[in-house]
Design a protein around this ligand. Structure first.
Ligand SMILES: Nc1nc2c(ncn2[C@@H]2O[C@H](COP(=O)(O)O[C@H]3[C@@H](O)[C@H](n4cnc5c(=O)[nH]c(N)nc54)O[C@@H]3COP(=O)(O)O)[C@@H](O)[C@H]2O)c(=O)[nH]1
Length: 636
């Protein structure tokens, strides 16, 4: 204790205060001071400590604030990046949390579903369904996807939405997974309408014919196969009808492709309209159509349908003020009678159609087993042609052409024959079409040219000059081979004058590529080789082409000549053809003359030349030599 305080206390306290009590008092005061000192220093210490703590805390808080601000900045950056990303994709995006609440969606999504932002944000599973029902056609598909997502919440899933407004929307969903826990789902939606439409278009084109819009042969085959499968259960019959427009190629060749196309479209429409709406009608090829009749009870039903089809095609067609008359040939194969197999039914209906055609067109024919034999015969012919050429099984016969005013043979038509080693003679009417199919017609045509020139040389050596040979050139040969060089080489090889050779071309051959034809005929004419139009009137005769073509002779088809003695109409037609040819400075040959009466009438009508069994059947070159010698002797 401070000495001054101690002295003051002693002065104030009674002097008789016992020393031990004074001591105790002073000690107590001393102790109180010491304690107060201690407390003060403790307080000071405490104050000092809490100030340090506050400073530290303050610093920490500052740091935390800094961190929060940085985090906020980063968060804002991320959100803006996320929004920019969401809105820069072409896909609609919508993100859900685990309770199916919308967390985010982009503008594409809003536009896709014609939805406002606040509506999207408040979507929940209760009101989304009626909303989607209004827009989505195949809601079942979406329901299926939701169920799948619920069951397999860690998997991605997909569905295609068909919207009621015709759009197609592709939906992909992916789970949002964090540390193994599913936090929700991200849906990505793309509008694939254009893709889908072009896919549908491509699919349509692969199953339909471009020109007529009818199913094509692939689709027909599929439908027939399905119908056969269903038949197994239902036990009802089917009919496959093969329909081919008669002589359509000639029309196409003479009028041009555009008119031909329009006619095909009109014919397709007529066929469709004639049949019940559920019937499958397909375009099988150029002018071929095929029909599938389901649930027929008797073959008579098929006959009735084919009659309806034939009369529908029989009505005149008008294209650009031009009227066309078409007919068709129909072949029918029945399930299960003719076959239980789709390919076989089509093949047999085709065979029956070919048979209907060979019976004179505008016909309907049911399949019969013997057609298969006929077809295989045709196939055999086709396969044997090559070796026939190599083995020299062909020969030429010659049919005289008579000048009606003088009864003299002025030339011959060369007609090919095929004599098989067995002795069987195959008619050119059978093997020429087969040779045209397999391309051998060019080799055969070249052989005929060579052989005819060789024979002309022989006749020349026998002093039969000024006497021409006409050779038949097939359309395929004329259009696809270098006919000019074949002919000039053969003429040169056998030293034959070009004026002695004539070529015969049918109307269809002449019209196939008219400009090319005119060019070649002009070249031939320059060389001195003449040309005649064979079977005039049998094809689709166009006076327009006659005017333009450099042809010298017109050969009237046998079918017009046959009846001129009985039919005034036919006689009038032949008369008109003769006059027409004369006006165009052409000679006229009547084909297939068989009677004296016919010859008489032809002379009356001033026909120039005639050819036919009345004068002579086709005979060998040797017989022709004899004929020429006899006539020369007769004249002498
Ligand atoms: N590309 C080639 N085609 C040829 C060749 N040789 C013949 N052919 C063509 O084959 C078809 C059938 O010919 P073919 O059996 O020889 O019959 C011809 C005559 O024999 C026959 N004809 C002649 N006169 C009469 C008759 O009075 N009555 C009667 N019933 N038939 C008769 O007509 C055929 C002549 O036809 P066309 O040539 O049309 O004038 C036939 O289309 C031949 O063209 C060949 O080498 N190449």
């Amino acid at each position: 204790m401070h000495r001054l305080l101690e002295r003051q206390l002693k002065k104030l306290l009674p002097a008789d205060l016992p020393a031990e009590r004074l001591r105790a008092l002073l000690d107590a005061i001393d102790a109180a001071y010491i304690q107060a000192d201690e407390e003060r220093s403790m307080l000071e210490r405490a104050l000092e400590l809490s100030s340090q703590e506050l400073t530290k805390r303050n610093q920490e808080l500052k740091q935390q604030l800094q961190e929060i601000s940085t985090t906020k900045q980063e968060l804002e950056n991320s959100v803006s990046l996320l929004n920019a990303t969401l809105n820069s994709t072409c896909d609609g995006i919508i993100v859900f949390d685990q309770d199916n609440r919308v967390i985010a969606c982009n503008n594409v999504f809003l536009k896709m579903f014609d939805m406002r932002q606040e509506v999207a944000e408040n979507i929940n599973k209760h009101h989304i369904r009626p909303y989607l029902r209004e827009k989505v056609k195949n809601l079942d598909e979406l329901t299926r996807l939701w169920e799948f997502n619920k069951r397999f919440n860690q998997r991605s899933s997909y569905c295609l939405l068909e919207m009621k407004d015709g759009r197609f929307i592709d939906c992909y969903t992916n789970p949002r997974i964090h540390e193994g826990k599913v936090l929700g789902r991200v849906w990505s939606l793309s509008d694939i309408t254009e893709l889908k439409l072009s896919e549908q278009q491509a699919l349509f084109h692969s199953y339909h014919d471009n020109l007529t819009g009818l199913p094509n042969r692939t689709l027909f085959h599929e439908r027939l196969t399905h119908a056969i499968e269903r038949r197994g259960v239902q036990q009802r019959d089917l009919a496959v009808m093969f329909l081919d427009l008669d002589g359509f190629k000639d029309i196409n060749d003479s009028t041009g492709l555009e008119t031909g196309d329009q006619l095909l479209q009109m014919a397709a429409q007529r066929i469709k309209e004639t049949l019940p709406p559920e019937t499958t009608v397909a375009r099988y090829g150029g002018d071929e159509f095929i029909v599938l009749l389901e649930n027929i009870k008797t073959s008579f039903e098929a006959t009735l349908v084919s009659e309806r089809l034939r009369s529908a095609i029989d009505r005149p067609f008008t294209v650009d003020d031009q009227t066309f008359h078409l007919t068709c040939s129909i072949g029918i194969a029945l399930y299960p009678t003719d076959s239980r197999d789709a390919d076989a039914l089509i093949r047999k209906a085709d065979m029956a159609m070919n048979h209907a055609k060979s019976r004179g067109r505008n016909n309907c024919q049911f399949f019969a087993d013997e057609f298969e034999i006929l077809t295989s015969h045709r196939l055999r012919i086709r396969n044997n042609l090559k070796s026939a050429l190599e083995k020299n099984e062909f020969n030429l016969l010659y049919q005289p052409k008579i000048a009606l005013h003088s009864n003299m043979i002025i030339g011959v038509e060369a007609l090919i024959r095929w004599r098989r080693p067995s002795g069987e003679v195959v008619s050119p009417a059978e093997f020429i079409p087969a040779a045209e199919e397999n391309g051998l017609i060019i080799d055969i045509g070249n052989w005929v040219t060579e052989e005819a020139c060789k024979q002309l040389q022989r006749w020349g050596r026998e002093n039969h000059h000024n006497f021409s040979v006409a050779i038949n050139i097939s359309p395929f040969h004329f259009q696809h081979a270098d006919i000019l060089s074949t002919i000039t080489q053969a003429l040169r090889r056998y030293s034959v004058r070009p004026e002695l050779l004539e070529i015969e071309l049918t109307e269809s051959a002449l019209m196939e590529d008219i400009e090319h034809t005119i060019e070649i005929l002009a070249e031939l004419r320059k060389l001195g080789i003449s040309c005649s139009v064979d079977d005039f009137g049998a094809g689709y005769s166009s006076l327009n082409y006659l005017k333009r073509l450099p042809v010298d002779t017109l050969k009237i088809d046998k079918m017009f000549i046959d009846d001129i003695t009985k039919s005034q109409r036919d006689l009038a037609l032949v008369d008109t053809m003769i006059n027409l040819a004369h006006h165009l400075d052409m000679l006229v040959v009547a084909e297939g003359v068989e009677t004296e009466e016919t010859v008489h009438l032809l002379k009356e009508k001033r026909c120039d030349l005639a050819q036919g069994y009345y004068f002579s059947r086709p005979v060998s070159g040797k017989v022709i030599s004899e004929m020429l010698t006899t006539r020369l002797q007769d004249r002498a």
